[in-house]
Design a protein around this ligand. Sequence first.
Ligand code: ZN
Length: 90
Amino acid sequence: MPKKEVLRQCVACRESKNKNELLRICRTTEGDVCVDLTGRMNGRGVYLCKDESCVELAFKRKALDKSLKIHISDVRVDELKSEILEVINN
Ligand SMILES: [Zn+2]
């Protein structure tokens, strides 16, 4: 049986893509957000294209706050954004 493709939707551009092409952002049990590099972290997660424009768009629209149902502070937004960009650009 062929392996089924797992499609997930990017919170910014709303395009459905293969999980491997997306980055998972996860809400931790402590109420923080982090970049889920393994894709296996527990907790609510959202997906983002590995694309700088999608990252910018997601933060501009506060898409992560809305989808993860938490408030991300301005300081944390800056940190998280640079974390994500670092992963994407590596
Ligand atoms: Zn996208």
